[in-house]
Ligand binder design. Structure first.
Ligand SMILES: NC(=O)c1ccc[n+]([C@@H]2O[C@H](COP(=O)([O-])OP(=O)(O)OC[C@H]3O[C@@H](n4cnc5c(N)ncnc54)[C@H](O)[C@@H]3O)[C@@H](O)[C@H]2O)c1
Ligand SMILES: O=c1ccn([C@@H]2O[C@H](COP(=O)(O)OP(=O)(O)O[C@H]3O[C@H](CO)[C@@H](O)[C@H](O)[C@H]3O)[C@@H](O)[C@H]2O)c(=O)[nH]1
Length: 433
């Protein structure tokens, strides 16, 4: 089937390449010419394991191409909408300007019997408004909402073998067309939920709100653990054995960041306010506040470990991205901690396997090095803020040999406190004694 994907960022580029793997004839459209140039050459514009191979395969087979010209999407039967929905600059709400811009432009080029399929994360009620927008612009194209649940770092596998597919449709024929698009994905036996627009939009918002709440719940327990000498990782293991709770997403640390969870819970709060239901999701304000407090806690621990001030002290920051296996530094707790320490006058040297380029764009004032060894050399404190495999696997004896003073803050609770202490370290985790 001929498919277009409008917006080739983290979501759209993977989706386009995955659609080509599924045998479709795909054109990816993005307004960013530099991104399109890279994608056309089979080069991933961001770090995502497995994406370069999928791009090369699609381009090599002739089933995948990219363009800046929306007219190239005109012949497609299905148009996936994957543009960004960032937080508005001065409020919690979602900025829908890219969605509106793309839909207005699509209305001018798409065939009347085509289907526009929203994948972007939008406030509940958006899809209904977009249908009105299409009709006002004179387009008879149909609209469906098919939210995306992929995780960065696992985006390729999550797209090709998702946990479930959700279709928000106004007509059963549109669900049937989506079944054709996803025929090989559905063949694996995954659940498919067909519903209305509002439910489909809300499924996505609710899923991210739940995940964020789970993380902030365990981080709230970390705060109580810190006040009592309890250990939050043992607590998470113990409650996680209850299958009704589950151990996943109970890792306490400096909390969640990235281009999704933080802005999505804020947009949900803003939308609930518009709907006169602010109280229903008032807890999400607490979820956000707990999350942001954990970054402060990491900075406070640094001050404490360095005897009352970080001013002019040499600190190695290990990690800059919001999570491992991604180069994404959008709302990254790791980068935020590095910038706060720098702001307090510390001599921060920060490192990350993939995130330095993006971090430098956001915080050019920091001192970056590509080598963990360089970051650690002569440091008086190491702060592990993103749990990349190479930092989890660091040998404490060796690190002690590099540093001026062996002190470590394990802000993701991934190191073994006993072995680091045995190597002479003053070790502090978050919510861990
Ligand atoms: N990143 C993820 O892991 C993920 C997962 C699930 C859902 N989402 C949602 O998907 C959406 C996209 O997220 P992202 O992280 O890929 O964002 P992104 O900012 O990386 O990508 C958006 C892309 O859209 C392009 N764009 C904007 N307007 C355009 C237009 N009119 N025509 C063509 N291209 C246009 C931009 O140039 C950019 O490349 C968001 O709503 C996000 O919440 C993201
Ligand atoms: O126990 C945990 C798990 C995660 N995190 C942090 O939470 C953030 C988000 O992690 P994750 O959800 O794995 O990353 P994303 O790629 O942002 O994916 C989320 O956001 C996407 C965009 O909406 C959704 O599609 C995914 O389903 C949803 O998991 C990261 O900063 C993690 O470090 C924790 O602090 N503790």
């Amino acid at each position: 089937m001929k498919i277009s994907v409008i917006g080739c960022g983290y979501l759209g580029a993977v989706h386009a390449a995955a659609m080509a793997r599924l045998g479709h004839d795909v054109v990816g459209i993005d307004t960013d010419a530099a991104k399109v140039e890279k994608l056309s050459a089979g080069v991933a514009p961001f770090f995502e394991p497995g994406l370069p191979e999928l791009l090369s395969e699609g381009i090599g087979s002739g089933r995948l191409r990219f363009s800046t010209d929306l007219a190239d999407a005109a012949g497609a039967r299905v148009h996936f909408l994957a543009v960004g929905t960032p937080q508005l600059p001065n409020s919690d709400g979602a900025d829908l300007r890219y969605v509106h811009g793309a839909v207005d432009a699509l209305a001018r080029v798409v065939a009347p019997d085509s289907l526009i399929v929203g994948k972007s994360t939008v406030p509940v009620g958006t899809a209904g408004g977009l249908v009105d927008r299409l009709r006002t612009a004179g387009s008879r194209a149909a609209l469906a909402w098919n939210p995306e649940f992929l995780r960065e770092g696992f985006a390729v596998a999550d797209t090709l073998t998702p946990d479930r597919l959700v279709y928000g449709v106004a007509d059963a024929d549109d669900a049937a067309l989506l079944d054709e698009v996803y025929v090989d994905v559905l063949a694996t036996g995954i659940p498919r939920i067909v519903t209305d627009y509002a439910t489909a939009e809300l499924v996505k918002t609710a899923a991210n709100a739940f995940l964020a709440t789970k993380i902030s719940f365990i981080n709230a327990m970390a705060e109580i653990a810190e006040a009592t000498g309890a250990d939050v990782t043992t607590l998470a293991d113990a409650i996680g054995h209850d299958a009704r709770i589950g151990r996943r997403f109970l890792n306490a640390g400096i909390g969640f960041g990235g281009g999704c969870l933080p802005k999505d819970i804020r947009a949900f709060t803003a939308r609930a306010e518009e709907l006169g239901r602010a109280e229903s999701v008032a807890f999400l304000r607490q979820v956000d506040a707990i999350n942001l407090r954990r970054r402060e806690r990491a900075v406070d621990l640094a001050v404490e470990l360095l005897g009352g001030s970080v001013f002019e002290r040499r600190i190695a920051v290990l990690g800059l991205t919001f999570k491992p296996d991604s180069d994404d530094t959008r709302d990254s707790p790791a980068l935020d901690v590095a910038a706060r320490l720098h702001g307090l006058g510390a001599r921060v040297r920060a490192t990350d396997p993939e995130g330095i380029g993006n971090a430098r764009l956001r915080h050019p004032q920091l001192d970056y090095t590509t080598s963990a060894e360089e970051a650690l050399r002569d440091a008086e404190l190491a702060v592990l803020v993103t749990e990349w495999r190479e930092y989890r696997d660091l040998d404490p004896e060796r690190v002690a040999g590099l540093m001026a003073t062996p002190r470590v803050i394990d802000a993701r609770n991934v190191l073994d406190p006993a072995s680091w202490r045995a190597a002479g370290f003053a070790y502090r985790g978050l919510g861990r004694s």
